[in-house]
Write a protein that binds this ligand. Structure first.
Ligand SMILES: *Cc1c(COP(=O)(O)O)cnc(C)c1O
Length: 343
C-alpha cells in the first residue's frame, strides 16, 4: 500500500523492535493448564518517538503532516484526564512549533485533578495553552468545534484531531506499522500465528486490520477491548478499517469477520483498575523488565493471559503482543500496581 502520497512527519527514525519474551512465555505457560502455553513476542511500540511514545505517535505522523499542510497553528484534541493521546499530541505540537488546546472528558466523575501526576503533569510541563473539562458523555465534537471557533476569533488557524487520533488519516499510522512488521517478520524469520492488540478508539486495531489485509499478511488479529465489549467495539473497528482502506483507494473491502475483539477485561470501567491488570503489570515487570500501564496495556495483557489460560491459543502458537505504550500513567497508579491498595 502506497503511503508516500500522504503528508507525513517522521517522529521515530527507526523501526521499533520485534522481540521474543522467553521468560514471560515460560511463566505464562507454567500458569496454563498442562503447563503449556503460547510463545509470546512483543512489538515495542512503547519505544516510539515523542518519548515516551506509544501508538499515538504513529497516528500523529500523518495527522500532523496534514495539519502542517493546511497551515494550522493550533492543534485541538480531546481525551480522558490521563490521556496518553493528549500528551503525545502536545509533544508533537511543541516539536512543530504549534500551540495546543485540550477538551478533557471526565469519564469517571471527579477524576480530573489539575495537580494529578502522570500525563496530566506533563500537559502542564510542556505548556498546554488551554484545557476545558467537560462531564463524561458530553458532545466532545461540539466542545472541540467551539474551541476551534475561539481560536479563529483570536486570529489563529485550528486543526482538530479526534479522540485517540482515530480517523482514516490517523489509521494510516497502523498501516505503516503493518508494513514495518511485514519486513521484520521476513528479516527475523518470525512465523507469527496471531496478533493481540488493544482496541479503544479503534485507530490502532482498525489500521492494522486494513494494513494486514491490504498487504496480504494472513495473520489473524484479536483486539482486546479497553472500554467496550465486542457488540459495541467491533462495529467501530470495522468502520475505521474500511475508512482507512477507502482513503488508500486500493479497492479493498474489509470482511466483517476480519474484525474480532474480546471483552470482559476492561471492567469495571475504562481506566478503573482490576486485579487481572495488576497481575499482568507485575508479571511483565518481573519477568521481562517491560513496563505496562494500568489503563491500557495492563488490561490488554490481562486479556492475552486470560485467553492463554482458557486455551484460546494452540500450545505452540507464536503470539505477537503489540505494546502500545502508556508509561506515564503508571505513575498515577503506583500504589495500585504495587498491590498496596485492594482493587
Ligand atoms: C490509546 C491507547 C490504546 C488504544 O488504542 P486505540 O487506537 O485508541 O484503539 C492502547 N494503548 C495505549 C497505551 C493507548 O494510549
Amino acid at each position: 500500500m502506497d503511503l508516500s502520497r500522504f503528508p507525513r512527519r517522521n517522529y521515530t527514525p527507526f523501526p521499533t523492535p520485534l522481540e521474543r519474551a522467553p521468560r514471560f512465555s515460560a511463566a505464562l505457560a507454567a500458569s496454563c493448564p498442562g503447563g503449556v502455553g503460547p510463545d509470546i513476542w512483543f512489538k515495542r511500540d512503547d519505544m516510539l518517538g515523542l518519548f515516551p511514545g506509544g501508538n499515538k505517535t504513529r497516528k500523529l505522523e500523518f495527522l500532523m503532516g496534514e495539519a502542517l499542510a493546511q497551515g494550522a497553528d493550533t492543534i485541538i484534541t480531546c481525551g480522558a484526564p490521563q490521556s496518553n493521546h493528549c500528551r503525545i499530541t502536545l509533544s508533537a505540537a511543541v516539536r512543530e512549533g504549534l500551540k495546543c488546546r485540550f477538551v478533557i472528558e471526565e469519564r469517571v466523575p471527579g477524576s480530573y485533578s489539575q495537580t494529578a501526576s502522570g500525563n496530566n503533569f506533563m500537559f502542564h510541563l510542556m505548556g498546554i495553552e488551554a484545557i476545558t473539562v467537560v462531564p463524561g458523555g458530553s458532545d466532545i465534537a461540539a466542545a472541540m468545534a467551539q474551541m476551534a471557533d475561539q481560536v479563529r476569533a483570536e486570529g489563529g488557524k485550528p486543526y482538530i484531531i479526534p479522540g485517540g487520533g482515530s480517523n482514516a488519516i490517523g489509521g494510516l499510522g497502523y498501516v505503516a506499522c503493518a508494513q514495518e512488521l511485514q519486513q521484520q517478520f521476513f528479516d527475523q524469520g518470525a512465523q507469527i500465528d496471531r496478533v493481540v492488540v488493544g482496541s479503544g478508539s479503534s485507530g490502532t486495531h482498525g489500521g492494522l486490520v486494513a494494513g494486514f489485509l491490504g498487504n496480504h499478511i494472513k495473520i489473524p488479529i484479536v483486539g482486546i477491548g479497553v472500554s467496550r465489549d465486542p457488540a459495541d467495539q467491533e462495529p467501530l473497528v470495522f468502520k475505521e478499517a474500511q475508512a482507512v482502506a477507502d482513503l488508500l483507494d486500493v479497492g479493498l473491502t474489509i470482511p466483517r469477520d476480519a474484525v474480532v475483539s474480546v471483552g470482559g477485561y476492561w471492567q469495571p470501567k475504562y481506566s478503573i483498575p482490576n486485579a487481572a491488570m495488576v497481575e499482568a503489570v507485575q508479571m511483565l515487570a518481573r519477568t521481562e523488565g517491560i513496563l505496562l500501564d494500568p489503563v491500557y496495556t495492563g488490561k490488554i495483557m490481562a486479556g492475552l493471559i486470560g485467553l492463554a489460560r482458557e486455551g484460546y491459543f494452540k500450545p505452540s502458537e507464536q503470539v505477537l503482543f503489540l505494546h502500545t505504550g502508556g508509561l506515564p500513567s503508571l505513575h498515577a497508579y503506583e500504589d495500585v500496581v504495587l498491590g498496596r491498595v485492594e482493587v
